[in-house]
Design a protein around this ligand. Structure first.
Ligand SMILES: [Zn+2]
Length: 410
């Protein structure tokens, strides 16, 4: 693996100073995507993965320059001594050699927080007007009403089952999450936006939800809450209110897909995940179906708004090497002018590959999923990875892709 450049800033500094979140757009006119960061590290700092999952005690200076002691697993140790830590509530924290004051291996294995510990922690963080509910796979910390919280929990669990059924196989074995899957649900948009602006920055808070690979949490709000309107008392009320904006329901599904995929073995947090792949995965599942009780039951149906966006884009598809740039870099996701077309192309391309080349798509997923955290591929390496699975005749693949999408459009 070759490092992309050798900036003097340490790897861990670079990673920590960026938000590691994935977002979906609330409307077709909103803030640019805050993407996963693809940073670089000098070759001499090559990392070694510690996979035995022992529990450590780390004392380090946090971002506020306060000394902090935590128990965590060590996910990565850089050659310069910097570390990436997995906390027992599922966050990934980093400490540079300068910040790390002490590290001690404990005579215990890493275990996630149990429900009582998690409940205490979340209540201390969010306050007593949030209730903590545990479902089979999710911990839901909600300020919304009981009915809406329950409705979300059905949706999360349904999606969890469907995703596992869809991908789990001998060749691509999925696993249960190692750490809690936490969903934070605010009671309304105002409360959500206040919190989101602290995490994402003011300019990026105009979204309906987000999943952070750093905190491993999805953060949402009650989409049915509206000023001067009575709350939704039944599932039917919820669906009626949500049917006014199905794209918003797609946000929940989209973020939840990211969370499950990053915790079940489909992707690896803090590793080099091409955005077309992770966003393609989330948009593949996001199609809501408001005739069903949970607002969603379909998988593998064309995603209507992504399809429409792609059809428009296809008429004047730029650049000519659209597919190649999509595969090689994430740049187009970060350009406000191109971002929605790029999401649409990521959906369309993923849809095409899953429907027509599923075995190869799964092979590629595996190839990317086993990449180690904090090792960033160059654009050339990304292309090489892709071509190692799908062949190196991209223009032929592009023709097949466009032809398939024309058929879908009919
Ligand atoms: Zn996303």
């Amino acid at each position: 693996m070759v490092w992309r450049d050798s900036k003097t800033k340490s790897l861990l500094q670079i990673v920590r100073t960026h938000l590691l979140v994935t977002l979906v757009f609330v409307s077709f006119n909103c803030a640019p995507h805050v993407g996963l960061l693809y940073s670089q590290e000098p070759a001499k700092q090559a990392v070694a993965e510690n996979s035995d999952q022992r529990l450590f005690e780390f004392t380090f200076l946090n971002e506020q320059q306060k000394e902090q002691t935590i128990q965590a697993a060590q996910i990565v140790e850089a050659r310069d001594g910097g570390v990436v830590m997995l906390t027992r509530d599922g966050r990934l924290l980093t400490a540079t050699p300068d910040q790390l004051k002490q590290k001690r291996q404990l005579d215990q294995s890493f275990t996630p927080l149990d429900l009582t510990e998690l409940e205490q922690q979340l209540t201390a963080e969010f306050g007593s007007d949030f209730t903590i509910t545990q479902t089979k796979h999710f911990t839901i910390c909600s300020q919304a009403g009981k009915r809406y919280t329950k409705w979300c929990s059905y949706l999360f669990e349904r999606l969890y089952t469907v995703l596992h059924n869809h991908w789990d196989s001998k060749e691509l074995p999925l696993h249960d999450p190692q750490v809690p899957l936490i969903a934070v649900i605010f009671k309304d948009r105002a409360n959500f936006e206040q919190y989101a602006s602290q995490i994402l920055g003011k300019d990026n808070a105009a979204v309906h939800g987000f999943y952070s690979t750093q905190s491993n949490r999805m953060v949402l709000y009650d989409l049915t809450a509206a000023p001067n309107e009575p709350p939704a008392f039944t599932d039917a009320d919820i669906l009626k209110k949500l049917s006014k904006s199905p794209f918003n329901v797609a946000t929940i599904i989209h973020e939840c897909t990211h969370q499950i995929a990053f915790n079940a073995g489909l992707h690896t947090r803090f590793a080099d995940n091409p955005l077309w792949l992770t966003e393609g995965m989330a948009t593949y599942f996001e199609t809501p179906d408001l005739r069903s009780k949970t607002g969603w039951r379909t998988v593998g149906k064309p995603n209507p708004w992504r399809l429409k966006q792609f059809q428009d884009y296809a008429r004047s598809r730029r650049p000519a090497d659209s597919l190649q740039t999509l595969i090689m870099t994430d740049q187009r996701f970060q350009d406000p002018e191109q971002v929605l077309d790029t999401y649409a192309e990521a959906w369309a391309f993923s849809y095409f590959l899953i429907k027509t080349k599923r075995k190869q798509y799964e092979e590629y997923l595996r190839l990317i999923a086993v990449k180690k955290p904090l090792i960033w591929s160059t654009p050339e390496e990304r292309l090489k990875d892709f071509e190692s699975v799908f062949g190196n005749d991209l223009s032929r693949l592009d023709q097949q892709f466009l032809k398939y999408m024309q058929q879908i459009s009919r």
